[in-house]
Design a protein around this ligand. Sequence first.
Ligand code: EPZ
Length: 429
Amino acid sequence: MEKFVITGGNALRGRVKIGGAKNAALAIMPASILSDEVCRIKNIPNISDVSLISKILAEINVKVRILNKTTIEIDPRNIIKKPVSCDIVRRVRASYYLLGALLGKFSEASVSLPGGCNFGVRPIDQHLKGFARLGAEYNIDSGVINVRSKKLSGNNVYFDVVSVGATINIILASVKADGLTVLENAAKEPHVVDLANFLNSMGADIRGAGTDVIKVRGVKYLKGTSYSIIPDQIEAGTYMVAAAATGGDVTIENITPKHLEAIKSKLEEMGTIIEEHEESVNVTRKTPLKRCNIKTMPHPGFPTDMQPQISSLLCLADGTSIVNEGVWDNRFRYVEELKRMGANISVDGKIAVIEGVKKLTGTPTKAMDLRAGAALIIAGLAASGETVIENIEHIERGYENICQKLLNLGANIRRISEGCEPLNVARVL
Ligand code: EPZ
């Protein structure tokens, strides 16, 4: 098993370049099969979820060619119509975007029920409601979702809850449907906008992405395109929090400042100094961290995918902070791991009460999911002593070269494999 070993206490200093947005890439790659030509996608993050989606596309004979470290070409010209039910599907939640993309292309799709991070129930009722509104019928049989329609027709789709996945899936299913589809109470995340921009660059007619009403007028043909994915707002936010947690001075490059407003506002409330430039932010913290309250909300609220990371930081703030998880039922599974490091947190349902402590101490820990793992890295960087993090495959699903990027910022971190103790100079001596 691969692990990270972190010896805390080093203030992060220097510059880090942010990669392409994971949640945009995981929507745009399946979307490319709606074209009848080759799509070139730039600023693709080098993460395992992207490799898994590539393998799933290969199952239906969609070719993914790697042109360089951050650019791929997706060739759907010889795609075959068949159920997508390989075991990889259950390992990446975004595999369910193939439902919308295949339904949009062939008027039918069969895809295994998705997997992904496990923090409470992850229903797909809004996806299925949207498909039905477009005239599709569906059933779930032996863990596979089958959706089909004689002819997809545009319609009004009102989402009972704001859902990134359902918004994306209905855009994919409606982009070639007959007539106008109006999505209401739609998700406004940057990756929803990025998907709409990608599809429009192929000749789609999508307006209003980034607002809660998105209008999709079906088109007959989608051509190939060359498109660059937006920077990852959550990767950027994670490094901003790591800089604040270690009292460092870090410039985070290749970002979209507008996507970081909620994170920047909360970090400044906690006493961090943030200088914003056109495509970078500089984060420094020289004074004690102040407490603050967080409520995670759909965009443009504070992102739920930054909740574990900011909670790690609040563990070291002066005073009591309240974190209210407004999106997921059970996104506090990392708390038990932080408490093993000396954090003082009590959780009741979707609320965590965090009493700041003077310091955290390193200890062996386990990453429960992607962002929980990021929270443990942040805690380990700020803690005294050595923190070992197991199950780092969760972390590497969504953070490109995180160990090297942190090493370049002066962190004392290394990646080890099971069965070999980290080389500790003190022990050797
Ligand atoms: C996407 O998940 C992201 N994943 C998640 O990021 C992120 O936490 C989430 O959006 C919210 O921003 C990807 O983009 C691959 P939702 P998704 O549908 O689409 C309820 C990360 O760390 N809901 O917006 O699955 C649901 O239970 C990952 O990068 C329904 O009730 O999330 C939740 O309470 C983790 N019915 C809320 O909506 C549905 O049909 C938001 O879920 C769908 C969702």
